[in-house]
Design a binder for this molecule. Structure first.
Ligand code: ADP
Length: 457
């Protein structure tokens, strides 16, 4: 700080000083030269001529004026205190002037500028004398020192102001950064509710905004994760509890008959199948969350619907539900093969699950070509089952959502089937709609990008 102030002061003070010295040089040399020139006009250098010239030229009284002859003998001295007239003044500057040079010298101490100028009085090529003017100026020295102290005061003020502004900014940004760090720390401690409130529009406020968005996303993921884990464990608990109960019954019943064991084992087998289905769906669900593996290819809808209905034939038979594949051959969708299989399987399985004995599930499809839009295929899975109430339909695609919890679980449902369907369709750029009437049945309509028919490569 002190160095800074010294540097701030040094250059301006130096410049003012140089200015004063150079103005002194001009002034004194000019005066001395004027006097010398006037004296050169006379035939000889006499005291009278000199006094006359000094008066005519109105040279200031406060400056000391010496005029010497060609040998340094003082002819004129206006000093009242110690006049040198009649003596020799062999000052180095006078000697130099007598040799023909113009000499200026200025010395500055804290109190005054002491400057002198010496010029020769020429007669032809020869110096017949010299004029010496000496000036002792305290006024300019005062001016310089007051300028210096003013500059010092101003620079001190500026430095203090600068420090204050700097301090303010450090405190301001420090506080903001503290707030950011605090928020990050809270989040790394597992508190995803933490948000950073930061006013302003600077980069830090932007950073806080980004952080809040990230925290929001993490919070949502965390909620989903918790929901997923709790629902999944809940779903897994029921069949596991049944298996435990059934195996305990076998182990604890003494002399249990072969038929009873077979019956229990059959039940256990069913529970294991249910477990397998749930875990498969959970696996699919996690895979879908990282859906980058999905790849679109040409899917034969007739074949695909046939495969699904064949696989579900036995289940449908048990539920006394008829399955009908009405998809015409030669219709192709552009979709992930496994994904589309899953979509159709889940929809048809639901159609069977939530049906009534004697009911039907129909799979149909058609090509939709409208104007200049890309062709699409519309696949419908219609059932004559229990239907969904209008207020429930917006929710059935949510994860773990089940309309009739007891009935759905009893049928092996985890509330994941339609969530998987919706995820696949979203991933592959399709749409799904449901029309349903309670007690009458439902129609799920899936619209997908169409792929070219057989003739295309
Ligand atoms: P779940 O595995 O329980 O069947 P889904 O996600 O497949 O879960 O379906 C969510 C809920 O939507 C089901 O619990 C059921 O109540 C209802 N639902 C789905 N499909 C049908 C349908 N075809 N008819 C009636 N209700 C259905």
């Amino acid at each position: 700080m002190a160095t800074l102030l010294a540097v701030m002061n040094f250059y301006p003070a130096q410049a003012v000083r140089r200015l004063i010295v150079s103005s002194k040089e001009t002034e004194l040399l000019e005066r001395a030269q004027r006097l010398a020139l006037t004296l050169e006009g006379f035939a000889s250098l006499t005291q009278d001529n000199i006094v006359l010239s000094v008066q005519v030229l109105e040279l200031e009284k406060q400056q000391r004026i010496l005029v010497t002859d060609g040998f340094g003998g003082v002819l004129y001295d206006n000093s009242k205190v110690s006049p040198l007239a009649g003596r020799y003044a062999l000052l180095p500057d006078l000697v130099a002037a007598l040799e023909g040079a113009d000499v200026f010298r200025c010395r500055y101490d804290e109190e005054a500028f002491a400057s002198s100028a010496a010029v020769p009085v020429m007669k032809g090529e020869k110096a017949i004398g010299a004029v010496y003017i000496y000036d002792y100026d305290t006024e300019q020295a005062d001016f310089l020192s007051s300028t210096r102290s003013n500059i010092f005061r101003i620079s001190l003020l500026l430095a203090v102001l600068g420090c204050a502004v700097l301090g303010f900014f450090i405190a301001y940004f420090g506080k903001r950064i503290d707030r950011l760090v605090g928020g990050i720390r809270q989040m790394s401690g597992g508190d995803y509710n933490s948000r950073i409130h930061m006013n302003g529009q600077d980069e830090l406020a932007e950073l806080a905004g980004e952080f809040n968005e990230l925290a929001g996303r993490l919070q949502k993921t965390e909620e989903l994760r918790q929901q997923f884990v709790s629902n999944a464990s809940h779903e897994l608990k029921t069949p596991l509890a049944s298996i435990k109960l059934l195996s305990d019954s076998i182990l604890q019943t003494e002399g249990i008959s072969r038929e009873a064991v077979n019956e229990f084992l059959g039940d256990i087998n069913e529970e294991i199948d249910r477990l397998t289905r749930i875990t498969e769906r959970l696996l699919q669900l996690t895979r879908l969350d990282y859906s980058s593996a999905a790849a679109a290819s040409r899917c034969d809808l007739h074949k695909l619907a046939g495969k699904v209905t064949d696989l579900l034939r036995e289940t449908a038979l048990q539920a006394q539900v008829r399955l009908e594949n009405q998809v015409p051959p030669g219709l192709f969708a552009l979709f992930d093969q496994d994904g589309l299989y899953q979509v159709v399987f889940n929809l048809v399985e639901n159609g069977v699950k939530y049906n009534k004995p004697g009911g039907v599930v129909t799979v149909s499809a058609q090509l939709v070509e409208r104007g200049d839009r890309l062709p699409r295929v519309r696949l419908k899975v219609a059932d004559t089952g229990i239907g969904v109430a209008p207020e429930e339909t917006p929710h059935i695609f949510e994860r773990f959502y089940r309309v009739d919890k007891a009935r759905s679980r009893e049928k092996g449902g985890a509330g994941l089937g339609l969530a998987i369907v919706a995820d696949w369709i979203k991933t592959m750029g399709g749409e799904i709609q449901v029309e349903s009437q309670l007690g009458q049945g439902s129609v799920f309509t899936v619209t997908l990008p169409a792929a070219a028919g057989k003739e295309a490569p």
